[in-house]
Design a protein around this ligand. Structure first.
Ligand code: CDP
Ligand code: MG
Length: 593
């Protein structure tokens, strides 16, 4: 039960007259956390935007009509009732039912966070989704971006929780895409569970696209007490016909390209979503498909329609990611062959991101996954088979607009026999030591905590290197110029120092093929981590002499990653870990030369 007293929303207009506008505010008189669906709909239909006190734009009305068609929208009354009565709710609903875009808005209308100086947080495992959803919701709410509804990555909220364990800024926290089981979301789930005692006023919502929601329900329900409610959103999916290959495919990229072209020629209108494992593979496939499609079009322009291929992966700049929402090129004549858009994506489009109009899905059966080998204590990203649950999610992406088709580039027998039921949660595939404290603690001893802070931050954001495929020849020498012989960690520090010395100049970044956006994020995250260090009384110090500090940094690194320290046996010998003297250490080890 809600423990705070309901109170009147005292809403002040942002500008304009006083008393009249207060009366005119569509939210005036609503009781926070007691708001009904009818009241919200009235506010949504009103001419005045209650959050800006400006008139609603015609665009708002148009988007509202589209929102009304989402399955979540028709359950607004029921959701608001459950929200009023409970401190924690688990929501399960198919991808595309409107959970991510609508539920946080419903929460805002009921919770009225802005009236108590609080915020609603909604976490996403991926930056791409956080950014694109924030933009979409800003459009829906008719506001460039609210100060009380915050879409953020789960990593951001986790960092905030380290600094402010009670998460005092928030009145409601929504953990979205919980089924992805990312490390940060799993840890946040545990934090939210324990927080219930200290923050009885904090409402918590966990949203998932798969039925593992039952697990969360069990996790959050007290042993002896009322079970946490599970709110189900019906799907809006059409049937999807699934095809398998007769024989295993020796080269799934080749097979995927063939399948795209095979669909494009005879199939009905509808866009194609092809899943591949990473940036290079995607860019390469885009290039090859384009060449083949151009060839086909020139051979048979009357039967082959216009075609566009759009890549999507997380290190792509946001404007380029937005291209996935562009319509396909126009048909040459009204009754000409169908036009088509092909989006080639990593598994970021598996659940979080909805691209309307997708009818054909191609699933090669692989994705890049973090794998931790506890024996040699090394984490690597490996192209690994996906799970059955993932394969079903991918197929589901084809049935959003109308009945769809999913082409699995593996045999039915492999699906049944070889694929795991579920992807193992990241927490079981990670080196938990990376939740990165020993190095911090020892760093002042070596007088390099300032530098270690920078390195840790650089490691925690996406890669700062930019390698546009078309400019490889220019990018490689630029990378070489910034690389230090002392190793990746010192190279990262070097980039940050040079970036600072050039006045955080975007042009400098551009010329050196490093991402200005990633470096800006480094500065933000660094500031947050600095607060945490201050809180734990870890001094921020530097040696002041770069040669000395390089040696000191390497000593601090070795102390922090003591489990991964290896030394070379003889001139040609392999690396041997000092811990248990095992061989085979590869990429992420720290080598004592
Ligand atoms: O979270 P869930 O998968 O249940 O759905 P959602 O992300 O809230 O998406 C609901 C609908 O909003 C989609 O089907 C899209 O039509 C629209 N949407 C959009 O147009 N642009 C976005 N960036 C996100 C959603
Ligand atoms: Mg979602």
């Amino acid at each position: 039960m809600a423990t705070d007293n309901p109170y009147l929303a005292h809403l002040k207009p942002k500008r304009g007259g006083k008393s009249k506008q207060i009366v005119d505010n569509p939210l005036h008189g609503l009781l926070a956390r007691r708001v009904t669906g009818e009241q919200v709909r009235e506010a949504l239909e009103s001419d005045v935007n209650p959050f800006t006190m400006q008139s609603h734009t015609p665009q708002h009305k148009k988007i509202l009509e589209a929102r009304k068609k989402l399955p979540v929208y028709s359950q607004m009354d029921e959701f608001l009732k459950i929200f009023s009565k409970n401190q924690i709710i688990i929501i399960v609903g198919e991808t595309g039912s409107g959970k991510t875009t609508q539920i946080p808005q419903f929460v805002c209308y009921s919770d009225l966070p802005h009236t108590k100086g609080k915020m609603v947080a909604c976490t996403q495992p991926r930056r791409v989704t956080a950014l694109s959803v924030a933009q979409r919701v800003a459009d829906e709410m008719d506001e460039p971006g609210t100060t009380f509804l915050n879409y953020m990555t789960d990593g951001m909220l986790l960092r905030e929780a380290m600094n402010d364990p009670d998460l005092t800024r928030y009145s409601t926290i929504i953990l979205d895409e919980a089924h992805e089981r990312t490390l940060a979301t799993d840890i946040l789930m545990c934090i939210l569970k324990t927080l219930a005692k200290r923050r009885s006023d904090l409402k918590r919502i966990v949203m998932s696209a798969t039925l593992d929601a039952l697990k969360y329900q069990k996790y959050f329900s007290p042993k002896h007490g009322e079970v946490v409610p599970l709110f189900k959103v019906p799907g809006r999916t059409h049937p999807v016909e699934v095809f398998y290959t007769q024989e295993p495919e020796p080269d799934y990229v080749e097979a995927a390209i063939r399948t795209v072209l095979m669909i494009h020629r005879p199939e009905e209108p509808g866009d194609i979503l092809l899943f591949l494992t990473g940036e290079e593979e995607i860019e390469d496939a885009c290039r090859r498909i384009k060449i083949k499609a151009d060839e086909l079009t020139s051979q048979d322009p009357d039967n082959i329609g216009p075609f566009i291929c759009i890549p999507l992966y997380s290190s792509l700049p946001p404007q380029q990611q937005q291209r996935i929402f562009d319509p396909p090129p126009p048909t040459r004549t009204p009754d000409g062959p169908p036009r088509r858009k092909v989006v080639i994506s990593t598994n970021i489009a598996e659940t979080g991101l909805t691209i309307d109009g997708m009818v054909y899905v191609i699933d090669p059966g692989f994705s890049k996954q973090k794998v931790y080998n506890p024996r040699i204590r090394v984490e690597t990203l490996l192209v690994s088979p996906i799970s059955k649950v993932s394969a079903k999610q991918l197929a589901g992406r084809a049935g959003r607009t109308r009945p769809g088709k999913c082409f699995r580039l593996y045999t039915e027998r492999d699906f049944m026999k070889e694929l795991d039921e579920q992807t193992h949660p990241e927490i079981l595939r990670s080196n938990m030591a990376s939740i990165l404290a020993k190095m911090f603690i020892v760093s002042p001893e070596f007088k390099c905590s300032n530098e270690i802070l920078t390195i840790v931050t650089m490691l925690s954001v996406q890669s700062v290197w930019m390698q546009p495929p078309s400019q490889r020849t220019e990018a490689d020498p630029a990378k070489h110029m910034l690389t230090l012989r002392g190793g990746d960690h010192l190279t990262l520090l070097n980039i940050h120092t040079k970036y600072g010395a050039n006045g955080q100049d975007k042009n400098w970044c551009w010329k050196n093929f490093v991402s200005a956006r990633a470096l800006q994020e480094v500065d933000n995250v660094r500031l947050q981590l600095q607060c945490i260090m201050e809180k734990f009384d870890i001094d921020l110090v530097s040696t002041g002499d770069s040669n000395k500090s390089y040696a000191a940094i390497r000593m601090a690194l070795v102390c922090g990653f003591f489990m991964q320290v290896a030394h070379k046996e003889g001139e040609k010998g392999s690396y041997l870990t000092l811990w248990r003297r095992e061989t085979g250490l590869k990429s992420t080890g720290i080598f004592v030369r």
